[in-house]
Write a protein that binds this ligand. Structure first.
Ligand code: ADP
Ligand code: MG
Length: 257
């Protein structure tokens, strides 16, 4: 394992830790998919995760959101240890927003209904208030004029921006992205990355799996490279790109840059 620079040496160390994994392990049956994961994400920090297909990136992100369970070690989100307790799952759903590669919009609901369904049904928010908040976020992602349309009437890039607005309407403290631009045609990638960049500028805490290294260089405070279920490289953005320590990481960057 490479020597990982203690987070204390990094400039972000004054901010509270909002996500922490300590010695976290996960198996799918006998397959050891996450191996002793140690990670700390501080409030406002932007962490970009990359690595070959099958290295466990999605599993790690989904574990934070309790879409997957870990077996050993600790996961602490905003000061609360995540266990099987259903209350913790509710906390997670409130505080952590997630955007997937597939936008997962309901095809039979309007854009506005897609964005308000969770605040109305999960948060029990009055419809009018939910719609006001939803419109604010749809405006932010540049989709307010399409609010009455259906997902099928929008481009992939627009649908992904709706998915981001939908997550933001729950007013999360943390946003997780799992390859949000991988299913998009090339000309639509920028419009989604622009929205994410803006969110980053506004101070959102973000963990993002992506191979968009231009975006990563610009936005990431911290880079994580995963391989075979392990964190192989964990470094500040500049160190990561200019001076990767691990051969596997260098080889991966050479391939995609
Ligand atoms: P990545 O996102 O880095 O491509 P994943 O986290 O999706 O990696 O997958 C890591 C490994 O776990 C892969 O070998 C994958 O086949 C396996 N895997 C993913 N999901 C499941 C599952 N639900 N059941 C069993 N194996 C899985
Ligand atoms: Mg994945």
């Amino acid at each position: 394992m490479p020597e990982v620079k203690p987070l204390e040496e990094r400039p972000l160390d004054k901010r509270p830790v909002v996500i922490e994994m300590k010695g976290l392990n996960k198996w799918y049956d006998k397959f050891h998919v996450l191996k002793d994961i140690d990670i700390q994400v501080r409030q406002g920090e932007k962490v970009v995760i990359c690595g070959p297909s099958g290295s466990g990136k999605s599993t790690m992100i989904r574990t934070i959101n309790r879409l997957e369970e870990h077996q050993t070690g600790h996961l602490i989100v905003d000061g609360t240890e995540m266990t099987d307790d259903v209350k913790n799952i509710e906390l997670i759903r409130r505080e952590v927003g997630m955007v997937f590669q597939q936008f997962n919009l309901f095809p039979h609901l309007s854009i506005l209904d897609n964005v308000t369904i969770a605040p109305i049904w999960v948060r029990k928010m009055p419809r009018k208030q939910a719609e006001e908040i939803a419109m604010t976020y749809l405006e932010r992602v540049g989709i307010s004029e399409q609010a009455r349309k259906f997902p099928g009437q929008l481009s992939g890039g627009q649908q992904q921006r709706v998915a981001i607005a939908r997550a933001l309407t729950m007013q999360p403290k943390i946003m997780l992205f799992d390859e949000p631009t991988s299913a998009l045609d090339p000309e639509m990638i920028k419009e989604v990355l622009d929205v994410m960049r803006e969110l980053a500028d506004q101070g959102m805490t973000m963990m993002c799996v992506t191979h968009e290294m231009g975006f990563a260089r610009e936005v990431a405070d911290t880079m994580v490279f995963m391989d075979q279920g392990q964190i192989v490289e964990y470094a500040g953005c500049n160190d990561f790109f200019n001076n990767p320590r691990e051969e596997r990481c260098k080889a991966f960057l050479d391939q995609i840059l």
